[in-house]
Design a protein around this ligand. Structure first.
Ligand code: FE2
Length: 696
């Protein structure tokens, strides 16, 4: 077993060279290694401490050398590149590891340093790159491997294996699983973002902007006195005056069009929840729509179903869920069924039933009913959709899954592994945003419970049901589109753009992983890869086999598909369901977060209570300010396919990254050109507009 001296202090002694030794060394030709240190360009990244390095190669290792510069402590300033020379009596062979440690310049003056990488040019003329991308906050010896990816069974020697094991032992201490709520995916252990290692926390920029946006929203509501007004709106136009300067082109369009059937249907294709609708080959027994109701003898529902023109949205997951109580007032939450018809490319709603069980007091509403009846039915559907969207489609299927993928990666896969290089950029900020959500948004008394019909107990019921019914196929957009039978719906831009993005990501992932895994055996024998997927299955999907989530990888093809799904989920899918929250929710009547009166039980009622049914003033403004906050990108936004940290050091994957970026750019140009000709552009899957990771 290779033994390392973990103490920087004791190592320091080894660097003091006796006079005799100097004399001896002066007689031998020294081999000089040119060391270039890159300090990350972000706030507080510089160090004023003394930094030491040891180079380790296949033929030996250097002394622990002080990275001394004539400009002193300014050498390792943020964003700077500093050059040093480390001399050795003989060549170290192929370099595969460096050790860095940082000691106080003055007693008790221990700062934090954030190097991005160290490059070493050997006397033989080879350049080695050691990615760091980690805060060094202590006096310990920190080991970093050369950037060329190495799988566990390819390690060249005992020290390399030892460093690999030690890295994962440390990571398993830093990133622990925790059960947040029984029946839900496990999450990172930590009650606050400060529990996280600094390299996975928000940057100073992100932190500042996030809390500033939140604070401004709160102050504005407070000044206007709106968050304490529990009475219903009396004038629907007053909703428009809550955040007068915070409108988007889309939110203005929504305000104009929210009552239109065509726009109602559009939102199922290109709104924030575009994954709910499915082809209807036979009506569910509990939704007894007849030809008379929808076609007036001009056609047949059965024939239209056979032609693939009838579609269904069934919110059965919400059935029987106990609705929230807000400010002492019971709220209402329906589990509707909605039928749509594709009439020669025109996609329209044709029937709505608000509760799952057919009954006399649960009428099927139709576009031919009075305008008020039909509008109320659509309002109840939109409110149900808000709950389904936020808890299942957005929170569970993107945020919580992205956290599972990230924690499993950080616990099981070392930096030198190709999967780490491929996936770690897609985990940026995810752990912190989810901790913040658990603290302030979806905690028992969090903001969500203050404005949503599904807040409180209902929230957990819905998410547990959602996880139990989640499938691997539904997470992979080509399979999902096929299974829902929606491949032929026209103007379904989520589908069009999503499928093209999937293909581009797939080609990139296939290129990278096929380079490192030439045969299926290499996948089967990669224990770290297998640990990663097993952790995901156990901690993310709670070992539920019916989900179809792989429990292990047997082939390269299985691995490629799964990793494509991970990147797609963390970037594209999250954008599709996150970015439009304010666009569609700013005009509250289009997305009521809760409803205060029961649904209509008969048609033709003269008692118009729409304003009393919609959320009251306080509930509305809390929902609006939250959606505003969660739709804002920060200025250190990193779009899909941009990898400023350069984890890969081999030429081939870097070439693939360039191709990936070119393909994404081409897609972005073509989406923009398409959007120029659309009355209502679909921008949420333009890759120039969204991040690599779940970051908001
Ligand atoms: Fe989000």
């Amino acid at each position: 077993m290779y033994k390392r001296d973990e103490s920087g202090e004791s190592n320091q002694q080894t660097s003091s060279i006796s006079s005799a030794k100097i004399l001896q060394l002066s007689r031998v030709k020294m081999e000089n290694y040119e060391v270039t240190v890159y300090t990350t360009n972000c706030a507080f990244a510089a160090t004023f401490n003394n930094v030491y390095i040891k180079l380790v190669g296949t033929e030996g290792e250097s002394n622990r050398s002080w990275l001394f510069s004539i400009i002193g402590s300014l050498a390792l300033f943020k964003g700077d590149v500093a050059h040093f020379t480390v001399s050795c009596p003989k060549s170290l062979g192929t370099l595969f590891l460096i050790e860095l440690d940082k000691q106080d310049f003055l007693p008790f003056f221990q700062d934090s340093w954030y190097p991005s990488k160290v490059e070493v040019r050997s006397p033989e003329g080879d350049t080695y790159c050691f990615p760091v991308h980690r805060w060094i906050t202590d006096r310990e010896v920190n080991r970093f491997r050369e950037g060329k990816a190495v799988k566990t069974f390819e390690e060249p020697n005992t020290l390399a294996r030892y460093a690999r094991e030690q890295e994962l032992i440390g990571r398993k201490k830093d990133y622990c699983w925790e059960e947040w709520e029984k029946g839900l995916p496990h999450c990172i252990k930590g009650k606050s973002p400060l529990c996280l290692p600094p390299e996975v926390r928000f940057s100073y920029t992100k932190d500042t902007e996030f809390f500033w946006t939140a604070a401004i929203g709160q102050v504005e509501l407070h000044l206007k006195g709106l968050e304490k007004r529990h009475e219903p709106w009396t004038d629907i136009d007053a909703v428009d005056r809550v955040f007068t300067y915070r409108t988007t082109d889309m939110s203005e369009y929504v305000q104009e069009q929210w009552q239109e059937d065509a726009f109602f249907a559009w939102q199922y294709l290109n709104g924030v929840n575009p994954i709910m609708i499915r082809c209807c080959e036979g009506l569910p027994e509990n939704f007894p729509v007849t030809d008379d109701m929808v076609f007036f003898c001009q056609g047949s529902l059965k024939r239209e179903m056979e032609r693939g023109n009838i579609f269904l949205c069934d919110y059965k997951r919400l059935d029987g869920v106990k609705p929230n109580t807000i400010n002492g007032k019971k709220q209402y939450l329906m589990a509707p069924l909605v039928l749509f018809h594709n009439r020669g490319g025109k996609f329209m709603p044709i029937a709505i039933q608000l509760k799952q069980t057919p009954a006399e007091d649960n009428p099927i509403f139709l576009p031919t009913d009075s305008a008020y009846d039909w509008l109320m039915a659509k309002i109840f559907v939109r409110s149900a959709d808000f709950q389904e969207h936020q808890l299942n489609v957005h929170l569970l299927r993107t945020h919580l899954l992205a956290e599972v993928f990230a924690v499993s990666l950080l616990r099981n896969v070392p930096m030198v592994h190709p999967l780490y290089n491929l996936l770690v950029p897609h985990t940026r900020y995810t752990l912190q945003i989810n901790i913040l959500a658990r603290l302030g948004l979806i905690s028992e008394k969090g903001v969500f419970t203050q404005f949503a019909a599904s807040g409180g107990e209902a929230m957990f019921t819905i998410m547990k049901r959602s996880l139990s019914s989640m499938t691997y196929k539904s997470l992979c957009i080509p399979d999902d589109i096929e299974e829902r039978g929606v491949g032929n719906i026209p103007n379904y831009y989520y589908k069009d753009d999503g499928l093209r993005l999937w293909d581009i990501i797939f080609r990139f992932v296939e290129g990278v992983l096929s380079y490192y895994y030439k045969t299926d055996d290499l996948v089967v024998n990669d224990t770290e890869l297998q640990d990663w997927i097993r952790d995901i299955f156990e901690h993310g999907f709670l070992s539920q086999e019916q989900t179809g989530i792989p429990q292990k990888f047997s082939t390269v093809a299985e691995l490629i598909k799964f990793v494509t799904m991970v990147i797609f989920t963390c970037s594209c899918q999250h954008s599709a369901v996150n970015s439009g929250q304010y666009d569609y929710g700013a005009w509250m009547p289009n997305t009521p977060t809760s409803l205060q009166c029961p649904p209509p039980t008969t048609k033709g009622t003269k008692d118009h209570i729409m304003m009393q049914t919609l959320p009251n003033i306080s509930t509305t403004v809390k929902g609006m300010s939250t959606m505003w906050l969660l739709s804002k990108d920060s200025s250190d936004f990193v779009p899909l396919g941009r990898y400023p940290e350069q984890y890969f050091s081999e030429g081939f994957p870097r070439k693939l990254i360039k191709r990936f970026q070119r393909e994404l750019h081409k897609l972005s140009v073509s989406i923009k050109a398409r959007n120029d000709n659309l009355k209502l552009p679909y921008t949420y899957l333009d890759p120039a507009n969204f991040e690599n990771s779940v970051a908001i």
